[in-house]
Design a protein around this ligand. Structure first.
Ligand code: PMP
Length: 361
């Protein structure tokens, strides 16, 4: 059977070792004669699991003590609503950097709850997408928060330099690059991420909130989205997605075994460099993102014209390379190479791309 490499943008592949462990203990977790998904989230065994997962995540990201780690529901978009609702009492406006589809989505949702200002926007310069850098003087120092998305999954645009928002809390959507490289958590007010790329299966989102921002929620905020309540209840005000949390815990352990985010960041950089090199060295493929903003997680590229797309998708699937079709808004191809994608998968893809280009020129 052909080895399958799954380049899905999300839900994305999980490490094989994690899936095998989950399979081995699927019916009988910790010799309880039951699956972990069949036990109460209030049992001492599950509470221990939840606390271990939180501690492992704290270790991996070096989360300072003055931050709460919440395991929430509602994915990335759930936080598009939860963030403005939870910070609305700080001020009735928020500032945004627009770098692609997901930051636009966050702005659209936030505008239901407060006034929104666009401080900077992605532009095309010489055919390449470029994101302006943000300094404190551009940010309204009276706004509730400043929001940006550190990795635009659709366009394949990653922002490596943390914007300077001055004293305004920085809120970041890290759904598609959390845990891919070290980050300085202390620079942020709120970090949130849907789980289904680098954390685990969908159904879960992780929110890291600085303590002083826990209690600015507008009164209408649904209780289960309220940060302070979530923190008070150890993320168990309502029944959490227990199986997703369990799998996230296995992914955190796996990541620690790999050497943590510092080590995986090196592998991620190598994987991305291989793929961009393949694109740049050919006169067949084209990436339209300025090198400073090329994503290490989602590599987007176009073929000479869209007529080649169907053949590329068909032949790549036949070669065991799945889910390479680009997002419908941008077209072309997208290879998502999150933490779980082994470098062998990237080698298999570059070999296929070179061969395809030779045959279709
Ligand atoms: N933000 C980013 C960066 C994403 O990639 C996604 C989903 N791909 C979302 C937000 C939305 O996540 P969800 O579908 O979990 O609401």
């Amino acid at each position: 059977m052909t080895k399958i490499y799954n380049f899905s943008a999300g839900p994305a592949m999980l490490p094989a070792a994690v899936m095998q462990k989950a399979q081995a203990e699927f019916l009988d977790w910790q010799s309880m004669g039951r699956s972990v998904m069949e036990i109460s989230h209030r049992s001492k065994e599950y509470i221990a699991l939840a606390e271990t997962a939180e501690q492992d995540l704290r270790d991996l990201l070096k989360v300072p003590d003055n931050y709460k780690v919440l395991f929430a529901q509602g994915g990335g978009r759930g936080q598009f609503s939860a963030v403005p609702m939870n910070l609305q009492l700080r001020a009735d406006s928020a500032d945004f950097l627009l770098s692609g589809s997901w930051s636009e989505g966050a702005l659209k949702e936030a505008s239901k709850f407060l006034k929104t200002n666009v401080v900077g926007e992605i532009i095309m310069q010489d055919g390449l997408s470029t994101v302006p850098s943000i300094t404190a003087s551009q940010v309204d120092q009276k706004s509730a928060y400043f929001h940006y998305c550190s990795n635009e999954t659709v366009e394949g645009v990653e922002i490596n330099d943390i914007p300077d928002s001055g004293d305004v809390p920085l809120v970041v959507d890290m759904s598609s690059n959390i845990l891919s490289q070290p980050i300085d958590v202390s620079k942020f007010g709120v970090i949130y991420a849907g789980a289904q790329k680098n954390i685990g299966p969908s159904g879960l989102s992780v929110v890291i909130v600085r303590d002083d921002l826990l209690d600015f929620a507008m009164p209408e905020t649904p209780t289960f989205l309220h940060y302070q309540t979530m923190a008070n209840y150890g993320s168990m005000y309502n029944t959490p997605p227990t199986y997703s949390w369990y799998l996230a815990g296995l992914v955190f352990k796996w990541l620690k075994e790999q050497g943590g985010v510092e080590t995986i960041a090196q592998t991620n950089a190598k994987k991305a460099a291989l793929l961009y090199q393949c694109v740049d060295e050919s006169d067949f493929y084209l990436n339209k993102v300025h090198p400073d903003f090329r994503s290490k997680m989602n590599v987007t590229f176009h073929l000479p014209n869209a007529d080649f797309d169907a053949a590329f998708i068909k032949e790549s699937e036949q070669a065991g390379l799945t889910a390479l079709k680009g997002h419908r808004n941008v077209g072309g191809m997208r290879a998502s190479i999150y933490n779980a994608m082994p470098i062998e998968g990237v080698h298999a893809l570059t070999e296929f791309m070179q061969d395809f280009a030779r045959r279709h020129k």
